[in-house]
Design a protein. Structure first.
Length: 119
């Protein structure tokens, strides 16, 4: 999992990335000191909870990706089995979704149904 985050950190548009449990706990991160990792994980957890709830109420299937776009950049959340990949991205091209999706596929292979204790 560490290699997945390390590979993402090599991309110029990535400001940080983390793996977050369903409960919003940071499992692993690769973020600079200027980013409040607890605030980001809490935001990601709330986005997942509220989006999942709204989709359930609308009888829609689970989300694939949540993207929160702000003036300074984007927060991208991708479900990866028992964890979520959270990427803090600088404003820019949508081409970065290719790398995020690749990282998410690698995480799904590593922890498709693992419990937090196993990670």
């Amino acid at each position: 999992m560490e290699q997945v985050l390390e590979r993402l950190s090599q991309e110029p548009w990535v400001r940080g990335s983390m793996i977050v449990s369903n409960e919003g706990m940071v499992v692993m991160d690769n973020v600079s000191a200027e980013i409040d990792r607890d605030a980001v994980s809490a935001l990601a957890s709330d986005l997942v909870t509220e989006t999942t709830s709204a989709l359930d109420e609308a009888d829609m299937t689970a989300f694939t990706r949540i993207v929160l776009t702000a003036t300074a950049g984007e927060l991208v959340v991708v479900g990866c089995g028992s964890v979520y990949l959270v990427v803090i991205a600088a404003a820019g091209s949508e081409a970065f979704y290719i790398e995020i999706d690749s990282a998410a596929r690698n995480l799904r292979r590593l922890a498709p149904t693992a419990s937090l204790r196993e990670l």
